[in-house]
Structures are given as C-alpha cells and as structure tokens.
Design a binder for this molecule. Structure first.
Ligand SMILES: Cc1cc2nc3c(=O)[nH]c(=O)nc-3n(C[C@H](O)[C@H](O)[C@H](O)COP(=O)(O)OP(=O)(O)OC[C@H]3O[C@@H](n4cnc5c(N)ncnc54)[C@H](O)[C@@H]3O)c2cc1C
Length: 437
C-alpha cells in the first residue's frame, strides 16, 4: 500500500504501508521493514490529523487487518480484541447486547490501538475520563523477540507510557477493556443556543453536573459581544427503547477539491443559519447514538473539502482558573483572522486522572477547530494562539497537531523524556522527530 496519509494531509508525506494479517505475523513484518528502513510505526485508521501517525522512515505497519474479537463476556462487559479493530466494528457487536464504549471520540472509525496511543477522550470526559481509564490489559510487541502483557499490575511503567504514548513504546497487538452497560441505543438529548462565551460557562457549570455527555458548538466568526456564541448539547443513555444500530445514510465526498471549499463567506452564512436554527430555550429530544456521537461520520471522506493542500486542526486545553479569559482571547484572535471552520467544538475536561504518561486532557476547557492549510494561518494565526495557550498554562493535542514547536511540546508535556527513555528504538514518528530530535 502506498500514498498513506494522515486525516488532515499536513504534512504531505505519503507513507508506504506493510500489512500483517495475523498477530503472529506482526513481528516478522516489522522486522523486515526495520531491516530495510531502520524505523517504523504502527498505523491504525489514520484519523490523526497531523504527523503523529506518520513514520519517520516513511514506512508504517498497517494494523487494520488485526480486526478480530478474541473474547467478549456479555455478563461483565469485558471485551478483548485485536488492536486494529475499529470502534464502529465493535459497536455492531456490543450495542445489540446492551453494552456501549465507556469513552468514544467524535468518530467511530478509529482503531482500538489508535484510541490507546492517543488516549482519546469524548463528550463524557468530565464523568469517565479517557479511553486509557477503561483499558484493563494489552499485549505489547517491543521487538520481534519481546511480546509482553501490560496492565496496572504487570509491566506498569510500560502500561502507563503506552497509554497516550503515540505508538512509540511498541506495537499494541491485543487489548482488553471495560464497556458500559446500556438499556437502549437511544440518547435523551437537551439542546439550547447561547449568546456569548460567558453563557457557555454558565450552562456548562449547570448542565455538566446533570448529564453524562456534554459538548458545545461555537460560532468561530462571531464578533464583539457575540464572541463565543454557540449551541450547547447534552445527553444521556435512555433508560428504555430498542437496541438498534445506527443506520444513518452515508454520503461520500468523491473527489478532493482543487482548493478549500471553506471560505469566509460560506462560513459566515453557515454559522449564522446554524446558530439561528437551534432553540433559545432548552429543548428535549431523543436520537439514536450514531447522529449524537458521530455526526461527521455520515459524510465519508469529508476531509477532501479542504482541497489538495489539506488542513490542520488546532486543539488546545486551557486550565479552569484562566479558561474564561484565555478562551475569549483565543476566539477573538480567530474571529479577527477571518479563518476557521464550521466545526468548532468547546467542551469541559474533568479532573479524572488518566494513567497515561503523556495524556492530553487536563481539568479545564478544550477548544478544537479546523483551518484550511494556508501560509497566513501557519505564520500569523497559530503563533498568536500558541502564545495565549502557553501563557495560560494550557497545552496542544499531539493527535491533531502539525505545527507545535519543540520547545512548546517539551513544556506542555514535561514527561516526554520518560517516554523517550521507554521508546522502542526502532519506532519513530515524524511528529516525535519534530518535537524532540
Ligand atoms: C472526525 C474526527 C473526530 C475526532 N474526535 C476526537 C475526539 O473527540 N477526541 C479525541 O481524543 N480524538 C478525536 N479524534 C482523533 C482520533 O481519535 C485520534 O487521532 C485517534 O488516535 C485515531 O486513531 P487511528 O486508529 O486512526 O490511529 P492513527 O491515526 O492511525 O494513529 C494514531 C496513533 O496511534 C498509534 N497506533 C495505531 N495503532 C497502534 C497499535 N496497534 N499499536 C501501537 N500504536 C498504534 C500510531 O502510531 C499513532 O501514534 C478525532 C478524529 C477525527 C478524524
């Protein structure tokens, strides 16, 4: 397989893929790659935006063939799978049996290996923490000769380093993790639009305590008093209803546009319409889990709308005490730039500590939004945003990153040297090279 890229296609560094088909093949396949190219990296579904899923050597081990369920106990909700299976494939099996993922990111097309390596979080971070918090054990191939089991009590140091370890401590071969019981595939929802950033904080303070899932869409082009206006969504698993799988019709973006279809005009129009479409007062609703958790998954290959140059996502988290003022600064800076995306997400991260050494979330507020790849954004907007994040004591998310400087990374993640000491020497990514070497 050739021409493998990350989701944002920045940097443009196409990779060659080498695919094992059985767990027993992984060591041999990676040894062959290392013999020829010195280093490699596991690659899941490539849903990371920047260069953290790209090998420094340009040769990745494609894990998607490792998609088997090894064991499922429907009594306890403990699931053991190969690491290349996607969350979508898991949901097909577990939802009809009354179980759900304890933590899920905003797309169901990531692999379990990728979910651990970035220690992903979802709309329930304030209640359930990260994916790593529910990971019981996994197999780790440090080299063709060294396959170990890691858990909080077995090889604990490597267990902690691998959760959020960016694929650098070894190749995860299988994973056992804990699911959450559900009575229905339906989600009870509440939706309300709000007028400014201050109202986001008021709603978040009130509603996050009452609901498992919580997230807000932000109008990133709103100006003046309206900075930070948006729509707040909360939800909980319904206590009754059927356990049918998501059946949302998928539409494919068939081609990569020659240039980004997102511009200031289309963004203004979209955002204004979208904001007005939502209710002024709290509206109750009910939906299948799929549109609630994965609205973007209905448009397959949506990354193509950003054109051939690709795009970057900017995701930061700001500590609670300064979140209001720093977020205001960040949103003001973005709105003045006239750049940004329809998809801009604000959410509160809670204080549940992940076992992961380099886990991204911290108690505070996280903002994520996409920018079409442009010199003006990289040279002028990102440095201003980075400055605000740095001064506020926040950090950027490696899974989304293609621009963070080495000095910022090392300040944001002071444990990076411990990860470097535990890195399997034949594993390296373009991201790791950029921020550490
Ligand atoms: C639409 C969209 C929404 C998203 N929403 C969220 C969100 O809400 N929260 C969040 O946290 N993230 C989110 N993400 C990011 C995504 O969840 C992470 O980047 C995730 O790690 C991608 O998993 P993947 O299987 O595609 O792995 P890849 O992107 O292919 O790889 C990611 C990392 O995992 C490593 N890796 C993969 N497989 C293995 C393995 N078997 N062994 C060891 N290392 C491995 C790779 O080396 C790399 O370091 C979103 C991404 C998209 C596109």
């Amino acid at each position: 397989m050739n021409n493998i890229k990350s989701w944002g296609r920045v940097p443009n560094a196409p990779q060659s893929g080498h695919s094992p088909h059985w767990r027993a093949d992984i060591g041999r396949v990676s040894n062959d790659v290392i013999a020829q190219h010195e280093t490699t990296l596991a690659y899941g579904s490539g849903r990371s935006y920047g260069d953290s899923c790209l090998a420094a050597s340009g040769h990745v081990i494609c894990m998607r063939g490792m998609d088997r369920v090894i064991h499922f106990d429907p009594e306890t909700g403990r699931l053991t799978v190969e690491s290349g299976i996607t969350l979508n494939e898991i949901l097909q099996i577990i939802v009809p049996q009354g179980w759900f993922l304890s933590v899920t990111p905003g797309t169901q097309f990531v692999t379990v290996g990728g979910a651990i390596a970035n220690d992903v979080h979802g709309k329930n971070h304030h209640v359930k923490g990260t994916f790593g918090c529910h990971t019981l054990r996994f197999g780790l191939l440090r080299s063709a000769e060294e396959q170990i089991t890691c858990s909080p009590t077995e090889n604990e140091i490597l267990y902690n380093a691998t959760i959020g370890g960016l694929g650098l401590t070894g190749i995860i071969t299988w994973v056992e993790f804990q699911l959450t019981p559900i009575q229905s595939a339906q989600i009870n929802t509440k939706t309300i639009r709000f007028n400014c950033l201050n109202d986001f904080f008021l709603l978040s303070n009130e509603l996050d305590r009452q609901h498992e899932y919580s997230v807000a869409w932000i109008d990133c082009v709103a100006k003046g008093d309206q900075i930070g206006r948006g729509v707040f969504f909360v939800g909980d698993h319904a206590e009754y209803g059927d356990k049918t799988l998501g059946t949302a019709k998928k539409t494919n973006v068939p081609l990569t546009a020659p240039f980004s279809l997102i511009n200031n005009l289309s963004l203004h129009a979209f955002n204004t319409l979208y904001w007005h479409k939502h209710p002024k007062t709290l509206a109750l609703g009910r939906s299948n889990y799929e549109p609630f958790f994965y609205p973007l998954d209905t448009l397959t290959n949506w990354n193509r709308i950003y054109g051939r140059n690709g795009f970057q996502q900017y995701q930061c988290v700001i500590p609670e005490v300064v979140a209001s003022s720093a977020m205001h600064e960040i949103l003001k800076c973005i709105s003045q730039s006239g750049e940004g995306s329809f998809l801009a997400v604000l959410k509160r991260c809670g204080d549940i500590i992940s076992p992961g050494l380099l886990s991204f979330p911290m108690p505070g507020i996280s903002l994520a939004l996409d920018f079409a790849q442009k010199k003006s954004v990289v040279d002028h907007v990102f440095p201003k945003l980075d400055h605000i994040v740095r001064e506020a004591g926040g950090r950027l998310y490696p899974a989304k990153d293609a621009h963070m400087t080495a000095s910022d990374f090392q300040a944001f993640f002071p444990n990076w040297e411990q990860l470097e000491a535990l890195r399997a020497p034949h594993l390296n990514s373009l991201f790791w090279k950029r921020v550490t070497q």
